[in-house]
Design a protein around this ligand. Structure first.
Ligand code: LU0
Ligand code: CA
Ligand code: ZN
Length: 445
């Protein structure tokens, strides 16, 4: 037995200019360590037939499984054998689904790279190179900040997009800021492409497209393209997708690795049966709020945007996959309104959320309509920082087909551009979200 390592030093995984030998060793180790060695059991995907209410789905998630898609009368889950057995004992029919697709094209895997047929996806190094290229191409509009590092020592970056020489007409006030985050969940690689699309679009369309130009002039746009780089790299390390969800932080006293970042935020953390206290769970909430270094890095960054006692970030989207949903808080309660969520707050969330969803043909709903979550990013951003925070669950839809967490790279362009209008809508509303419900005078003057 390895001794528990509660505060093990951050390991720096070689990346950037990798020595080939080091790469080979890393790949060999990665190959030798399938998911089964760092969870108690191997996790796989199942279809569960029976659950049809949010309460029933929350009970399924309470087994330690993640609920990955919600359908009428069934769900898709990721679970190990013990968790699947618990679901079976609840009286539901549980059927094993095929594993992640093989996109190798019969070719040899490159360590920490997407399989050949999915080569248009960006691994961590490629994503960071894309960030740098966009910043270099538009130095007067974009800058990069390293806001911290992941558990394994990878940089977590934020790109700031604004034309500092411009302001909204008729005001001397600071520009409203809007935050876009991606890739809390390792296997949700399409979300990194979404963030990279935003950089490209705001850079290349400035001065060409009137809506883009106005928003780059009148807002400060923050893009954090990769919140969970360690998890993402682990998911692709061997050339075969691993369906990994969490970060890669070890857990003291357990062989199971990882905290679910989207259960680790500091608002009603662990309050309500919407996360797990077991390290082996897909929705392990960690030992304390912000115990995942990646969550702390992003939370510290958001807190750093409090200037003169006022949070500058007014609205946010956290990108996930899949199911084609626009979600708003709270996740911890099934009530529409709650302490910290008035009827007007809820109505502004729902009005802008429904309008965004009309543009991308997603389904708009309160997050807890799916199942209860606690410690999610949206609950913290709204409940703690009063930022109008949405989660977008991107392509594909929930009904099967489209590749689940692994849509082929042919869909990247279409499915990222699909959210262009919704992103612009949020930016345009960000100065006064209550305008959407006709209450600008009451809240925004
Ligand atoms: O964290 C999650 O469970 C999300 C949904 C919540 C934001 C309500 N689903 S995901 O893990 O499949 N992206
Ligand atoms: Ca392809
Ligand atoms: Zn997710």
């Amino acid at each position: 037995m390895r001794p528990p390592t509660p505060r093990s030093p951050r390991r720096r995984v070689p990346h950037g200019r990798l020595a080939t030998a080091a790469t080979a060793v890393v790949l060999a180790l990665a190959m030798a360590a399938p998911a089964s060695s760092d969870t108690a059991e191997r996790s796989r995907s199942y279809e569960v037939t029976g659950p049809r209410t949010a309460a029933q789905r929350t009970a399924v998630a309470a087994t330690g499984a993640s609920v990955d898609a919600v359908r009428p009368g069934s769900v898709v889950i990721t679970a190990d054998a013990a968790q699947a057995e618990r679901v079976r004992r609840m009286g539901y029919a549980v059927r094993v689904l095929p594993g992640p697709p093989d996109r190798s094209d019969g070719r040899k895997a490159t360590p920490f790279d997407f399989p050949p047929a999915d080569a248009k996806y960006h691994n961590y190094k490629e994503a960071m190179a894309e960030v740098d290229a966009n910043v270099a191409a538009h130095p007067s509009l974009m800058s990069k900040q390293v806001i911290g590092t992941s558990y394994e020592g990878r940089d977590i970056v934020a790109v700031k997009i604004t034309n500092a020489a411009k302001k909204p007409p008729g005001t001397t006030a600071a520009k409203p800021e809007v935050l876009f985050t991606a890739h809390q969940h390792a296997r949700e690689h399409l979300t990194v492409e979404m963030a990279l699309y935003l950089l490209k679009e705001f850079g290349s369309q400035y001065g060409k497209d009137a809506r883009v130009t106005k928003m780059v002039d009148e807002r400060v746009i923050w893009v954090v393209p990769d919140v969970n780089p360690d998890g993402g790299e682990y998911d692709i390390a061997t050339g075969s997708y691993r369906s990994w969800r969490k970060n890669r932080q070890p857990n003291a006293g357990s062989s199971a690795r990882g905290t679910d970042p989207n259960r680790n935020w500091d608002h009603k953390w662990g309050c309500c049966g919407g996360s797990s206290g077991s390290p082996g769970s897909q929705t392990y909430r960690g030992t304390a709020p912000e115990s995942a270094p990646e969550v702390k890095v992003v939370a510290d960054f958001v807190r750093s945007r409090i200037v003169g006692g006022k949070q500058q970030i007014k609205a946010a989207i956290d990108f996930h996959t899949y199911s084609e949903l626009v979600l708003w808080p709270f996740g911890w309660t099934s009530s529409d309104t709650a302490p910290g969520m008035t009827k007007d707050d809820r109505d502004a969330f729902a009005t802008v959320g429904t309008s965004m969803a009309a543009s991308n043909r997603y389904t708009p709903e309160q997050s807890s309509d799916l199942y209860i979550t606690d410690g999610s990013i949206d609950d913290w951003l709204w409940g703690n920082q009063k930022i109008f925070a949405y989660t977008f669950e991107m392509y594909p839809g929930p009904s099967g087909g489209g590749g689940g967490f692994y849509p082929p790279d042919e869909v990247i362009d279409r499915e990222t551009a699909r959210n262009r209008d919704a992103v612009l809508q949020l930016l345009e509303n960000a100065d006064c979200m209550y305008r959407s419900i006709g209450k600008e005078a009451q809240y925004c003057r």
